[in-house]
Design a protein around this ligand. Sequence first.
Ligand code: NAD
Length: 260
Amino acid sequence: MINYTDKVVLITGGGSGLGLAAAQSIAALGGKLVLVDMNKESLENSKAQILAQSPEASIKVVEANVTDEQQVKNFVQLTVDTFGKIDGFFNNAGIEGKQNLTEDYGSDEFEKVINVNLNGVFYGMKHVLKVMKEQGHGSIVNTASVGGIRGVGNQSGYAASKHGVVGLTRNSGIEYGQYGISINAIAPGAIMTPMVEGSLKQMAGDDWEAAGKEFVSVNPMKRFGKPEEVGNLVAFLLSDAAKFINASVIPIDGGQSYKY
Ligand code: NAD
């Protein structure tokens, strides 16, 4: 039912975690990929991992920072110049930022997190939507978080940015449905990626693995999510099989955000 033959998908944050996992799922289904990340080394690593699993895959990697609108405009244009179109866009690059009470959060930190997680997502949508509107089709998945639909605590910048991503998704989904474009967000809970490992180390130092076990003990499924579980969801949402899902925010968190 899900087929990516001749489909072109652009992914930001493709050097690690959820971006890499989505790229692996889509490459396995035959899709052509442009992977963007600010970390060149991890991009090369992603490309090698994908090719090891899907040797026929067409992959272009681009080192860029999503907080720089000109760079965003350039990688969107490069995707069109290379593959002729953009069928799917996983607008995913993000950072967690430091954890602190709101009064101690720091205005610089707040600005930094908003810049990557919200401004970066807006720039991506702005430039990709222009292309998709001209094509008359396309699908976008923005990465929000359970921190974008619930209060988590100690994450002022992250919460504000991810609630903002949810707002952008709903607003633009309503605007662009008429052009054959779907725009959704995913709201992952704790998925074991380098970002979550870093977050646990921030909270618990050397005891981070024990802290992780404690952290997921309240999850209905009693475990962390796996990156490939999110990758498969993204591959579905960006495919033609999910065309009528629009302006939605889909939690992928083992049920935790619905728990009383
Ligand atoms: P990760 O740190 O493994 O990967 C994020 C990637 O984004 C990295 O390769 C990093 O270099 C890149 N990146 C960061 N800032 C960038 C920038 N300014 N320009 C270009 N690339 C940049 O993290 P992840 O867990 O894969 O997170 C991916 C997304 O998922 C983020 O938006 C994050 O907030 C969100 N998320 C993750 C979880 C989780 O549990 N892992 C939960 C909810 C939401």
